[in-house]
Design a protein around this ligand. Structure first.
Ligand SMILES: N[C@@H](CCC(=O)N[C@@H](CS)C(=O)NCC(=O)O)C(=O)O
Length: 329
């Protein structure tokens, strides 16, 4: 695992020495937006117009942030419009690679060996971490965005001329509530599991751990009252939560030491994960073997033997009880 400094690769693990053992996620480097008419988004200079065949998505199947973009691509029916390349599951000293094995697709666009080469193709002097997902513009040969939270907003509406416009995961009346939930769930849970897992002091670990379970307890309570986070329809807040919950029992409980409770111990959360998993199309975006091999195999400081645990056995396709919220006719 490393990062680019002025376009040059440096093989460094996360620096927790200057932060009291805390893992601090870096700011995202590319933050432009694809819009329907190509007008730059507010505050941005460069505009990118939604067009079929112009854009490409780079993901890892292991990564919860990249997984959000895959779910949107599938459910919004963007698959023909925006092709995808999948990096190899192993994140080692070269960062993400295009090794075309074990589900990795290679880089059919340019035949490059590493994801970092995509970053330096966009900006030869790029400094920062080389992360997935990456939304790539083939015409300008540059990265539009490497921020999943913003890529899913683009996918939600910018391509509606060709996509499934009937689906809207960020509906106007619910936006404030979705934003409020995201702002709570991201630091405490989506990123909280990483704060616990990547911590290098007991205090930093415990801080992350406490936030994770306080948030899960709160979510369990919300989901005892409504089928989805904001009521009776699935929104962006649910998909952002889903990719973390899905990885919780197989990876975060053991590998990141988030082991106070499992999702399986929360009746509402566990049924809710199955409910979302069973939305048509979603199961095809999930590759749990790949997820486990990535985490347990890549983070040498946490798991030096790189042994991947065999369990737990979880059947996300098993029946759920969330239909109980269906309104009485
Ligand atoms: N803010 C980014 C975070 C993406 C991110 O951190 N991805 C991880 C994989 S789960 C990554 O690529 N890490 C590589 C690294 O940090 O070197 C987003 O949500 O898109």
């Amino acid at each position: 695992m490393g990062l680019l400094v002025d376009g040059v690769w440096r093989d460094d693990w996360y620096d927790t020495e200057t932060s009291g053992g805390k893992f601090i996620r870096s700011e995202t480097g590319f933050r432009d937006w694809i819009t329907r008419d190509g007008t730059p988004a507010p505050g941005r200079e460069r505009g990118f117009k939604a067009e079929p065949g112009r854009y490409h998505l780079y993901v890892s199947l292991a990564c919860p942030w990249a997984h959000r973009t895959l779910i949107y691509r599938k459910l919004k029916k963007l698959e023909d419009l925006i092709p995808v390349s999948v990096v190899h599951y192993f994140l080692g000293k070269d960062g993400w690679t295009f090794l075309a094995e074990d589900g990795g697709t290679g880089d059919p666009l340019y035949g490059l060996p590493f994801l970092r080469d995509i970053y330096t193709r966009a900006d030869p002097h790029y400094s920062g971490r080389v992360t997935v997902p990456v939304l790539w513009d083939k015409r300008e040969e540059t990265i539009v965005s490497n921020e999943s939270a913003e890529i899913i907003r683009m996918f939600n509406s910018a391509f509606d001329e060709w996509a499934d416009a009937s689906i809207d995961f960020y509906p106007e009346p619910l936006r404030a509530e979705i934003d409020r939930l995201n702002a709570k769930i991201y630091p405490s849970l989506n990123n909280g599991v990483y704060r616990a897992g990547f911590a290098t002091t007991q205090e930093a670990y415990e801080e992350g751990f406490r936030d994770v379970f306080a948030m899960l307890d709160e979510l369990e309570e919300i989901l005892s009252r409504t089928r989805y986070l904001t009521g009776d329809r699935i929104t962006e807040a649910d998909w952002r939560l889903f990719t973390t919950l899905l990885r919780f029992d197989p990876v975060y409980v053991g590998h990141f030491k988030c082991n106070l409770r499992r999702i399986a111990d929360y009746p509402n959360l566990s049924n809710y994960v199955r409910d979302l998993f069973q939305v048509p199309g979603v199961a095809a975006t999930v590759d749990m073997a790949h997820v486990k091999k990535h985490y347990y195999g890549s983070h040498e400081t946490i798991n030096p033997t790189r042994i991947v645990p065999i369990g737990p056995e979880i059947d996300y396709a098993a029946p759920h009880n969330r239909d109980r919220f269906r309104k009485a006719a």
